[in-house]
Design a protein around this ligand. Structure first.
Ligand code: S3P
Length: 449
């Protein structure tokens, strides 16, 4: 397995005003799909072959966890090969599982641990150790999971699962695919049918991929929500998976091409699952010239090449209902809204406060520190277009990869250099961010001002 280690010292980085961005590029594999491919491979019998797995720190930590639990995950040529242990077949690891910065790895794996009679300690970095786990633990406790320090709700946590989980019907109190997925994964092990009810559609990769691995998952939309049901006592069989390009990584490239005059780029093979492309719809509404070309299906997911050309943007209202389909993209949308004419109002951002950082605060603070106008009112962020960022303050990234990439992106079209206090966290999701951006014509500088 590759030996990627989290960097311990921070590295400031700045982006510099660029000439037109041009060319055709690919972005690495989708992070959500990569985590799931490894985890379901470990729960399947036989071999799963994954092409295009994202080799970023978050996903590598999930691969390590899967191995510590008794499956194997290793790269052979271009393909990651996972040898699974079957549903319920994982074992107690020798030591704690360290998930680094990854909420997805942690929360999905809590669903796995719940269904095994094993005791597992989970740890993470300072950012992950602050993030709420109660949202996942509450339904899993109902099903039979035990927390060895009752009442504790943040990492580090020691959990004891059981071979006899109870099926439940669980209405999601927050629109979270991680919580939905943890309950559905636990449901694979339960005796009977487990149902999650969601009011707002969240990313559906778990449902799609579980079906691909042979589980029975049904989805029914009624008046008060969508009912997603998985059959318990499931058996998964190893499969081939192709991971499409990550639309959340492609977002930075697309945003940069819109604001850097004269740009014309194509990002090939990007996932266009409707539960993930809210940002692109919002950018089109802002006047962004974005075309989905060569639309096709790969590995059970819709994919397209996304062509983006520099455009004059105007402010829009992004409705709260769209938030789950672009939840990771608000920092970059807010950063480039400073280039739009008028105001961009983004509603329904409560969940942004519990990401790798409080992204609502971190985004607004980075914008105001750099001469932009950003106002928070409850769960709404309003950015007023002022011709881009004016520079002046170093952006505090708070161990958050997307805050770093969002501001570096906006800096590519700003008159002054934009500096982020740390770029090391970019490796958690998109280690190739800088070289791919540079391939298109972007410029960065390591020297802090
Ligand atoms: C993810 C779901 C989202 C998203 C995260 C990945 C997933 O989190 O922010 O980056 O893979 O299920 P929530 O489920 O907490 O909204």
């Amino acid at each position: 397995m590759s030996d990627l280690k989290a960097q311990s010292t921070s590295k400031p980085l700045s982006s510099v005003k660029a000439g037109p961005l041009t060319g055709r590029v690919r972005v690495p594999g989708d992070k959500s799909i990569s985590h799931r491919a490894l985890i379901f491979g470990a729960l399947a019998t036989g071999t799963t072959r994954i092409r295009g797995l994202l080799e970023a720190e978050d996903v590598i930590n999930t691969a390590r966890a899967v191995e510590a639990l008794g499956a194997s995950a290793e790269k052979q040529g271009d393909i990651w090969v996972v040898k699974g242990r079957g549903v319920g077949g994982l074992r107690t690891p020798d030591g704690p599982l360290d998930f680094g910065n990854s909420g997805t790895g942690t929360r999905l794996m809590m669903g796995v641990v719940a269904g095994h009679p094993i005791t597992v300690t989970m740890t993470g970095d300072a950012s992950l150790s602050r993030r709420p786990m109660r949202r996942v633990l509450a339904p899993l406790l109902e099903m039979g999971l035990e927390i060895l320090e009752p009442g504790k709700e943040t990492l580090p946590l020691t959990l004891r699962g059981t071979g006899e989980l109870m099926p439940i019907v669980y209405r999601l109190p927050v629109p979270s695919a991680q919580v939905k997925s943890a309950v559905l994964i636990a449901g694979l092990h339960a005796a009977g049918k487990t149902t999650v009810v969601e009011r707002e559609a969240t990313r559906d990769h778990t449902e799609r991929m579980l079906r691909h691995f042979g589980a029975t998952v049904t989805t029914e939309t009624k008046g008060n929500g969508t009912y997603i049901t998985v059959d318990g006592d499931a058996e998964l069989a190893g499969r081939d998976i192709v991971v499409p390009g990550d639309p959340s990584s492609a977002a930075f490239l697309a945003a940069a091409a819109l604001i850097v005059p004269g740009s014309d780029i194509t990002i090939e093979g990007v996932l266009t699952n409707p539960t993930r492309i809210g940002l692109y719809l919002s950018l089109q509404e802002m006047g962004g010239d974005i075309a989905f070309e060569n639309a096709r299906e790969e590995g059970g997911e819709p994919v397209a090449d996304i062509r983006v050309r520099a455009s004059r943007l105007k402010g829009v209202h992004v409705p709260a209902e769209r938030a789950p389909s672009m939840i990771d993209e608000y920092p970059v949308l807010a950063a480039i809204s400073t280039f739009a004419e008028g105001q961009t109002r983004m509603d329904g951002l409560a969940e942004l406060k519990v990401k790798e950082s409080d992204r609502l605060q971190a985004t607004a603070a980075g914008l105001t520190a750099n001469g932009a106008k950003a106002d928070i009112d409850g769960d709404t962020l309003t950015v007023t277009g002022t011709g881009g960022l004016k520079g002046g303050g170093i952006v505090a990234t708070h161990l958050d990869h997307r805050i770093a990439m969002a501001f570096l992106t906006a800096g590519l079209a700003s008159d002054t250099t934009i500096v982020v206090d740390d770029s090391t966290m970019i490796a958690t999701s998109f280690p190739e961010f800088r070289p791919i951006m540079e391939q298109l014509g972007a410029r960065f500088d390591e020297a802090a001002r």
